[in-house]
Write a protein of this length. Sequence first.
Length: 87
Amino acid sequence: MAAKARKFEDELKDLEAIVGQIDSGELTLEDSIAAFERGVALVRALTKRLDEVERKVELLTRDAGGELKSEPLDDQSDDKDSRGRDD
């Protein structure tokens, strides 16, 4: 039976815990290296998941003609109405 995928937030908390352990200076050299290796693996997995989500969002933001509509989040200010015009 395949292992259930963990939530992104849970893996991020694990990474933060690993960083804390390494920063504490309480681990032996061998344990620090093992923790570092686990951390690198988590960073790679998290980056991969973020890349996958970015591709999904990009796909969802294409218009009817297949053109990608890309707008920075900063462009969506409160002083514009729903049609993107300034008041």
